[in-house]
Ligand binder design. Structure first.
Ligand code: GDP
Ligand code: MG
Length: 321
């Protein structure tokens, strides 16, 4: 098999976003969810904070620290472990340990044999048994709240735990689009004896993502709804990141000859390859046929999310600070 050598384009030094207002996203149910969560804290023994392993730093919500944590013991779950390299796991572990997160578990909720999923309940019960339970000290059952930004796999984790410990089918709704779980749900039983219940919550995100790159990484991992940021902007950021990582698997996928930093060129080539066109009304009153760059952008981003370009740790640059 021959390994292709490419002529590299001049790489962008940083990513420039034209419309900075694109990253404001705080729908009503999010604010409500945060309030409900605070109220529910008294009725839980532990908090499970779920993140996408590709964005272990960008995905963190600074609000969690102030409103939810500190009162109860908590575990950080880095889900979608299958979408990062095996060797990135220890780097992320070291960084989070430095930031004070010692109860860390990596999971792949898509795998029935995931070791991480197996560890969650034993670690949670150990932490609960070794901390004060305050108003819940008389309770025989354990109740845990699952929190995190949208689409990181909170509902999938609950289902995976339920399948593992109770051998029961899914109880929490799973969706590939941000914002599927709309209110703090009822308790879902995941273990029989002692009874363990989990509360599924909607994702909670900061009102305004202060760091633009963090926002774009969240968008790339579908933690923000695509249309809010714009498919072509997300695709451009993806192209920038893949080039920065030296990951040129996209070249052939998009029907290009060489790597490029031009998103227009990349999307045009991909739209041509896919045969995606659209009718655009011309000034003369008729129609012109153009390549559909938006569909091409969607397809490019979906391919990344489906792991077509291999595992990518988007927060690599944030591990050394
Ligand atoms: N590759 C991968 N995808 C996952 C994993 N866990 C969940 N997903 C997918 O991520 C999407 C969001 O999952 P969901 O549980 O609804 O997330 P929630 O919004 O946090 O509750 C769905 O398409 C899941 O199939 C995982 O470990 N690996
Ligand atoms: Mg959910």
């Amino acid at each position: 098999m021959s390994i292709k050598t490419y002529q590299l384009p001049k790489l962008r030094e940083c990513f420039k976003l034209v419309d900075k207002n694109a990253l404001h996203w705080f729908p009503g149910h999010m604010g409500k969810g945060m309030k409900q969560m605070q109220q529910q804290l008294k009725s839980v023994d532990l908090v499970i904070e779920v993140h996408d392993a590709r964005i272990p730093i960008s995905g963190r919500n600074p609000n969690f620290k102030h409103t939810v944590l500190g009162v109860r013991p908590h575990i950080v779950v880095l889900n979608k472990k299958d979408l990062i390299h095996e060797d990135a796991v220890s780097q992320v572990e070291q960084k989070l340990a430095k930031d004070g997160f010692s109860n860390l578990i990596f999971t792949n909720c898509k795998s029935h044999t995931c070791n991480g999923v197996r560890k969650v309940i034993p670690l949670a019960t150990k932490l609960i048994n070794s901390s004060p339970r305050f108003n819940r000290s008389e309770q025989k059952d354990f109740c845990m709240m699952v929190i995190g930004v949208p689409n990181v796999g909170k509902s999938s984790l609950i289902n995976a735990l339920r399948n593992r410990h109770l051998h029961k089918s899914n109880a929490a709704h799973v969706g590939a689009v941000a914002g599927v779980t709309r209110s703090v749900q009822n308790r879902i039983k995941v273990v029989h004896d002692p009874p363990v219940y989990l509360l599924d919550t909607p994702g909670v995100l900061t009102p305004s993502v202060s760091n633009i790159e963090s926002g774009l990484r969240l968008a790339l991992c579908s933690c923000l709804q695509d249309h809010l940021v714009g498919e072509e902007v997300i695709a451009d950021y993806l192209l920038y990141m893949l080039n920065k990582e030296g990951n040129f698997a996209y070249v052939e996928y998009l029907g290009l000859e060489q790597p490029t930093e031009s998103i227009s060129l990349a999307l045009l080539s991909h739209a041509r390859k896919l045969g995606k066109t659209q009718k655009v009304r011309s000034v003369e009153g008729g129609y012109n046929i153009r390549f559909d760059l938006r569909s091409a952008a969607q397809s490019f981003v979906h391919a990344f999310r489906a792991g077509k370009f291999g595992p990518v740790l988007l927060d690599r640059d944030k591990l050394t600070c």
